[in-house]
Design a binder for this molecule. Sequence first.
Ligand SMILES: Cc1cc2nc3c(=O)[nH]c(=O)nc-3n(C[C@H](O)[C@H](O)[C@H](O)COP(=O)(O)OP(=O)(O)OC[C@H]3O[C@@H](n4cnc5c(N)ncnc54)[C@H](O)[C@@H]3O)c2cc1C
Ligand SMILES: Cc1cc2nc3c(=O)[nH]c(=O)nc-3n(C[C@H](O)[C@H](O)[C@H](O)COP(=O)(O)O)c2cc1C
Ligand code: SF4
Length: 431
Amino acid sequence: MPESFPLSIRLSVTDYEPDGITIEDTVELCRLLEAHGVDVLHCSGGHHAGMEWEVSPWYQVRAPHRWGWEKIKEAVTIPVIASGSLVTPEVADEIIASGSADFVSLGRAMLADPDWARKARDGRVLEITPCIRCNDGCLHRGLNRGRSAGCSVNPHVTEEGRFAVLVSDTRKRVAVVGGGPAGLRSAAVLHDRGHDVTVFEPGEIGGLLAHAQASTVKQDLAGLVRHLVHEVERRGIVIAAEYADVEKLTTQGFDTVVAATGAPLRRADFPISTASPVLYAGDVRASRPLMGTVVVVGGGLQGCEVALRVAGMDSAKVTILEAGPRLLAGDEVFTDQERLPLFLGAAGVDVRTGVRVTAVDDSGVHATGDGVDEFIPADTVVLALGRVEADTHFVTSLRDAGLEVKVVGSAAAPGRVFDAIHSAFFTARLV
Ligand SMILES: Cc1cc2nc3c(=O)[nH]c(=O)nc-3n(C[C@H](O)[C@H](O)[C@H](O)COP(=O)(O)OP(=O)(O)OC[C@H]3O[C@@H](n4cnc5c(N)ncnc54)[C@H](O)[C@@H]3O)c2cc1C
Ligand SMILES: Cc1cc2nc3c(=O)[nH]c(=O)nc-3n(C[C@H](O)[C@H](O)[C@H](O)COP(=O)(O)O)c2cc1C
Ligand code: SF4
């Protein structure tokens, strides 16, 4: 046993309040701490009323407190630990290699994958289940509800023994229909159960998360898709780029079908002329930047996130129209609800609430609010109206044909990544 343990103090580089604790205050404090014998300084940021800094979410840059710990490191001789959104080994490596800090600390990344450090050391980077900085499983549906911290992308975190994936006594031929997060996660678990798995996906792999590819705003979700695809590919699971209908599934000798087919779009309750320049939120791609004036209809999570993505594209001027009195009014994650609107403002997005769209034609949007009708010209109109429950026809037909059928992800109930991954994991581990 050492005579004394090193003493590490954790502190925020600043609380990010306009009249709050400045970096100069913190540097001075750190000098005093060193002079009084503290061995290590562990630097985070924000405070409990500024959670978008304390647990920096997906719309924040990675390593947001870097500027602060670097000032502290310049002022002291004891080691400095960096923390906050160091979610990938590349980010962590660069911080150490550049001399920005002496150590890195991982919070949520270790909930997402407790084997993070081992996999990073072994160069198995794509095997790391990445934290998507959603704050959903750990905080919104975890600590904030008086539960222990869970994780959207790691459904059995801290319960690995209770919810282990065991090899099945019976080997089945399983068709996973849909290559979104629910389908991909199911496929990996089913393979680990010893089943013979085929994934059917005629569209973009990643399902509704395909929009994240190449987007700076959605870099964490893009990393999740890369990981889910890698986990399917490294197991040798076949991905058939085909639409799977009832006839195909019933004639190809499958015992079980996992329906991960997603949820249908909510239809607009206003007329849209056939020549309208309309896109759906999930179809906006970084590789095809929008230009000119863009009107986003709907101020839920998808409307807000697509507005942020488009605002970062070449010369797009973005307006969100939301019929209700505020953005993100549903059961959204607190860090999204509280601060995403501020980030939209900072990105130059014009947010208009209490404005109901009445029609879309080929040159823009007709809307009404406070009894006033108006026309808003638009080069592109992005509909972000959410999803509705899937009908049961596909599943019922397969069951009538004698197949075992499990329904996962948004096909069971529209939701977020948390719901897709959790339902996939907990269903597939029992097939
Ligand atoms: C723009 C946008 C942004 C979003 N942002 C977030 C976010 O930031 N955080 C979050 O938690 N969630 C977000 N979501 C929601 C998230 O994408 C969904 O919760 C998730 O994708 C649902 O996963 P899933 O696998 O159940 O379904 P989906 O992702 O919808 O995948 C279903 C797949 O099934 C395929 N399919 C359907 N029928 C067949 C068939 N017969 N044969 C073969 N394949 C078939 C489809 O082609 C599709 O690829 C967002 C959604 C959108 C649209
Ligand atoms: C579920 C949860 C519990 C946390 N509890 C504490 C805590 O007790 N003390 C603390 O200083 N930070 C706490 N944090 C903040 C983390 O230590 C860390 O600073 C923050 O999550 C940002 O780093 P990360 O991006 O590596 O997660 C907590 C974070 C989460 C998600
Ligand atoms: S719930 Fe989301 S933010 Fe929290 S650890 Fe898991 S992936 Fe990261």
